[in-house]
Design a protein around this ligand. Structure first.
Ligand code: URA
Length: 439
């Protein structure tokens, strides 16, 4: 089956057959489709869509492009969460240890940055010595011993998605409901979970900008997961501003450690993290009511047990044994720090979160081509949230950069990403909607 014929059919708005989808997926995994052909098909799907049968077939074919994990020997439920991607979204780093501290097992297979959004894996790779691509034995041992392990897609798990993801990242072909669904679910199905919670972001820093598209994506994810035998639910959460007050890689790891130890907790980040933790505890049967689930997650956090799990995970995967106690000692630090001054007195009334994400890429903290290496030390910290009061000349955030020039460039981007008005804007909800299979 010729790649160009499959591309032509999708270009012309036809539904692909199961055979054609399998041929494409095989071409992704064995390298016989070129990067250009993959990008062309991705763009054709983005423009012309896929029907439910095509979407489900792509998900299953990508799952079956590698091995499927089996956790049946673990003495507890196996659950995970996946976010559709945002800016300053370091939830996974806290969520996995919180849920593990409550008795579930979380084999979290995460991705690298995609488009303007950051990737959990890139964040974990800021930690010196941390093996984000362990072999299967070490991964399984860490999950069994610690309860959670955040790792990257090994060559063996949904390899078709690994290649597809890298091409979509740099070809403007991320924002497609069937492609996002297949990408996320193929990895999660291959991870052998018994339940999955999805964090579907909605807003200017999400791939799905408007609420309707986010809802469609959430419903599609929950439906296709159900069809593939995986129990799933979704929360739609606001992404009209960075979720944490930091955006980048090492800076988000510091933010996560501060969150776990109670040193500093960004309010909206806490809301989303605990809501997702509760959802995971309910889905995995560890709690039976939302109240009980929330209380258990909260206790795991407040008691320091979640911080302890995070430290154990880092050390089990090769990172420093004292990481939680001394993150700054180990993480790379940018050579230039620059405050971004507010242009006037007032209140932050809008933030272009996508522009902040692009700012991180401009600093070298994300990729422009699949082969790029990234600078883990750069990014933004102390980002003011929506509604914060500003004073002329006082910082909207701090830029961490590798040179004065790139710091100034990033400062200009952030400056124009922030709208400041005289009137205080109304407060927005952080958790917008819950989507379950019954809805
Ligand atoms: N996250 C993924 O894993 N894949 C996508 O396509 C988008 C977000």
């Amino acid at each position: 089956m010729l790649p160009q014929e499959i591309i032509r059919r999708k270009r012309d708005g036809k539904a692909l057959t199961g055979e054609e989808i399998c041929a494409f997926t095989a071409g992704l995994a064995d390298g016989s489709w070129s990067e250009g052909q993959i990008a062309a098909l991705a763009m054709a799907v983005l423009l012309n869509g896929m029907d439910a049968a095509e979407g489900a077939a792509l998900t299953l074919a990508m799952r079956d492009s590698g091995s499927v994990l089996d956790w049946s020997n673990l003495p507890g439920p196996v659950t995970d969460k996946h976010s559709t991607g945002g800016v300053g979204d370091n939830v996974s780093l806290m969520l996995a240890p919180i849920v593990a501290a409550c008795g579930a097992f979380v084999p979290m297979i995460s991705g690298r940055g995609l488009g303007h959004t950051g990737g959990t894996l890139d964040k974990m790779d800021s930690i010196p010595g941390y093996t984000s691509q362990p072999d299967q034995k070490r991964f399984a041992e860490t999950v069994r011993k610690v309860g959670c392990a955040i790792i990257g897609q090994t060559g063996d798990l949904a390899p078709a998605d690994k290649r597809f993801y890298a091409v979509r990242d740099v070809t403007g072909t991320v924002e497609s409901i069937p492609l996002i669904t297949a990408s996320i679910l193929s990895k999660k199905l291959a991870a052998g979970l018994s339940s999955l919670v999805l964090d579907v972001k909605s807003g200017n820093g999400a791939f799905m900008g408007d609420a309707r598209a986010a809802r469609k994506l959430a419903e599609n994810l929950v439906r296709v997961a159900g069809e593939a035998g995986l129990s799933a639910s979704a929360l739609i959460t606001d992404m009209n501003q960075p979720l944490a007050s930091a955006a980048g890689n090492a800076v988000e790891v510091v933010n996560a450690v501060d969150f776990l130890t109670g040193e500093k907790r960004d309010r909206r980040l806490e809301d989303v993290t605990l809501a997702l933790a509760s959802e995971m505890l309910l889905a995995s049967g560890i709690a039976t009511t939302t109240r009980e689930a929330y209380d258990r997650a909260h206790e795991a956090l407040e008691s320091g047990r979640a911080a302890e799990r995070f430290g154990q995970m880092v050390s089990a995967l090769g990172g420093p044994g004292d990481f939680v106690e001394n993150p700054d000692k180990h993480l790379p630090r940018a050579s230039v720090t620059l405050p971004v001054p507010a242009a006037n007195d007032g209140f932050v009334s809008a933030i272009d979160a996508r522009a902040v994400g692009i700012g991180v890429i401009g600093l070298g903290g994300g990729r422009r081509t699949p082969q790029d290496t990234i600078d883990h030390s750069v990014g933004f910290t102390d980002l003011l949230p929506l509604g914060a009061e500003t004073k002329h000349g006082e910082p909207l955030c701090m830029v961490h950069a590798s040179s004065e020039e790139s710091a100034r460039r990033a400062a200009r981007i952030v400056s124009s990403a922030y709208d400041i008005t005289d009137a205080k804007p109304r407060t927005r909800k952080t958790i917008l909607r819950r989507v379950t299979a019954e809805i």
